[in-house]
Design a protein. Sequence first.
Length: 347
Amino acid sequence: MLSQRGENMTVIQDINSEESVSSTQPCFISVVVPTYKRPELLNRCLTALFMQTMDSSGYEIVVVDDGPTDETREVVLSWSRRRGPRLRYLANECRHGPAAARNRGWRAAHGDIIAFTDDDCIPAADWLAVASIPFDDPAVDGISGRIIVPVPSVPTDYEQTVAGLEHGPFATANCLYRRRVLSVVGGFDERFTVAWREDTDLEFALRAQGYRLVRQPAAIVVHPVRPARWGVSVALQRNNMFNALLYKKHPVLYRWFIQAVPPWRYYVALVALLDVGLASAMGSTWGALLGVTVWLTLTAKFCLRRLATTSHRLKHVAEMIVTSALIPPLAIFWRLRGAIRYRVVFL
């Protein structure tokens, strides 16, 4: 046990330790916070969690360090010295992703209600107090709160993408479930090794089991947009592989809530590119020109659509031009790779 001090019995515990926590009395809510090498953001999140209006005896905080570092450990240790809720630290020596980290957290938690948020989020002071209200009804099994993503009036494409979290129910930035329903479905599917679709998969699994999930808009978590490198949208296309897994598990719900039809325009753009290469190899100038024309038209329309409500700064425009050309073939590559990996017909 790393630390146990203070009248509030604040505790830090390493997941590899066999020592028990100071009390086996279940607290009402356990807040699970996975983190990975972001001590500054974790410190900000813990500040908000220690400032909750709910009595500190009514909840605990479980930090799961997915790839532990001394810096992260020190942040948690510093908070353990302060008066507030019980605080626990679990270290995953090998990084397995946020789904696995959350599973570690809720399975080790003491609460009857498990609350999830992320290390880069800032829960409102009354988050837990307000989010707990629907659970007064024993028929309610889970709630989704409101996520606020502050972005400029004219955002970048990436900022606008992150802002989409405001409309996504049951994102792990702000959701709570009864522990027993998590146990029934097994928690998060750890095959989702990045922060993508693992929360939707859990929601779909619970709905398929007939559990009652409700919205609680008054329970607010702020999700600031982190700085992103140039061309980040290209790297994000890898997430399409996990779309294939989600589709395999929940095909009807996927088409209903995520994507009604495959991205045919991407496929047409890729076919046009392949036509350019094939026509050029066969010496068909007109065939190559046709392929170039179709590809340029689709790429230009895609780029203009992305710029319609986003920044027109020169650097951002250049990024949109380049990435609009790269995204369609990369998106298809990762979709098909996911289809092969998870053995599902997914276009």
